[in-house]
Design a protein around this ligand. Structure first.
Ligand code: PBG
Length: 331
């Protein structure tokens, strides 16, 4: 008998393939990242991210309603902070009437079921474009963590369902958990950016928020390598994820996605909490650029990417493709 195995039987038709498909992708796997700015009826396109806008609150709310109708159940939110509100303490980050706090309230009021996951990190608020407070030429870990706790509690007060620390300071998950609990927010979850690499794939995101590390009057690191991870490392990612679970993270994240799917699988195998993957701005930009030139089939490459992220072990995916992919999945 030759061949012994006719594996192609299971690939013969789309019906058979759909019966034996190992991974499933649905709109409720997605978290849609949104950029918010001051103003009304304002919509500014991000040049390096075609199809993505920085929107005022009113238009953000409109968009959130549309996302909901497509089956998307979660949003990450990021704000563009006016320069006059930036300093080296980040104090605008816990202003109860700040743009982020207003955004959380407005989204929860309009679509109460939407899971709102604001970003917790100081970079949009920092005059130096860093995720923390600068002291003696570096990011001061423990002082930054104390600031992040105030920020996260103010997000919880505004109605956030989860807080999503993306700063990579040590010990922040434990302090955030303690801070939320003692303020009475035991039910607000933590989705920790656990294995977040110092990646050049974040370029377009920093364009969107004008949050790249900047030249300064004092000595400031020119990149984020003293807190975000070295992309040559693997074991360290497992260590980071395990520490965050131990400190109380409800969901751990690996970021970026595509070039880091080995890490996604390792983390998935190591932890007993859901794993989220951030399919970041640069990954989005590359597909858009190649598709614009006719070099890649946009929709097919998008779906392949998202399925492969699921297959690698993601339970949730933060992706700028969420809306387009949901539309295709709903057809
Ligand atoms: C900031 C933050 C970044 C991203 C999410 N939160 C940028 C950075 O760390 O410099 C990147 C997201 C993306 O590229 O899509 N703490």
């Amino acid at each position: 008998m030759y061949p012994i195995h006719r594996n192609r039987r299971l690939r013969a038709t789309e019906s058979i393939r759909s019966l034996v498909r190992e991974s499933l992708l649905t709109p409720n796997d997605f978290i849609f990242p949104m950029f918010i700015a001051e103003g009304t009826n304002a919509e500014v396109p991000i040049p390096s991210m075609p199809g993505i806008y920085r929107r005022s609150l009113d238009l953000t709310v409109k968009e959130v309603k549309e996302l909901w109708s497509l089956g998307i159940r979660a949003v990450n939110i990021y704000v563009k902070v006016n320069d006059n509100l930036k300093d080296n303490t980040g104090k605008e980050a816990w202003n109860p009437n700040g743009l982020m706090q207003q955004a959380i309230k407005a989204i929860k009021d309009a679509v109460p079921g939407m899971v709102v996951m604001p970003d917790v990190a100081l970079d949009p608020y920092s005059i130096y474009g860093h995720d923390g407070i600068i002291k003696n030429g570096d990011i001061a870990n423990d002082e930054t963590v104390a600031a992040l706790v105030k920020m996260a509690v103010s997000h919880a007060e505004a109605g956030a369902d989860f807080v999503a620390p993306s700063d990579m300071m040590d010990g922040r998950v434990l302090r955030l958990r303690e801070g939320l609990d003692s303020a009475g927010y035991q039910n607000v979850g933590i989705m920790s950016y656990s294995a977040k690499y110092a990646s050049s794939f974040y370029g377009p995101f920093r364009d969107a928020l004008d949050s790249a590390p900047k030249d300064a009057d004092i000595e400031v690191p020119k990149d984020k390598k003293t807190y975000q991870m070295d992309y040559a490392n693997r074991i360290e990612a497992i260590k980071e994820a395990l520490h965050d679970v131990e400190e109380g993270a409800d969901i751990v994240m690996v970021k970026p996605g595509m070039a880091y799917l080995d890490i996604v699988r390792e983390v998935k195998n190591a932890v007993n909490v859901p794993v989220s993957v951030f399919n970041v701005s640069g990954e989005y930009a590359m597909v858009k650029a190649a598709a614009e030139r006719g070099w890649l089939d946009h929709d097919r490459v998008m779906m392949e990417q998202l399925y492969c992220i699921k297959r690698a072990g993601a339970d949730l995916i933060s992706t700028y493709f969420a809306k387009e992919a949901a539309i295709l999945l709903n057809q």
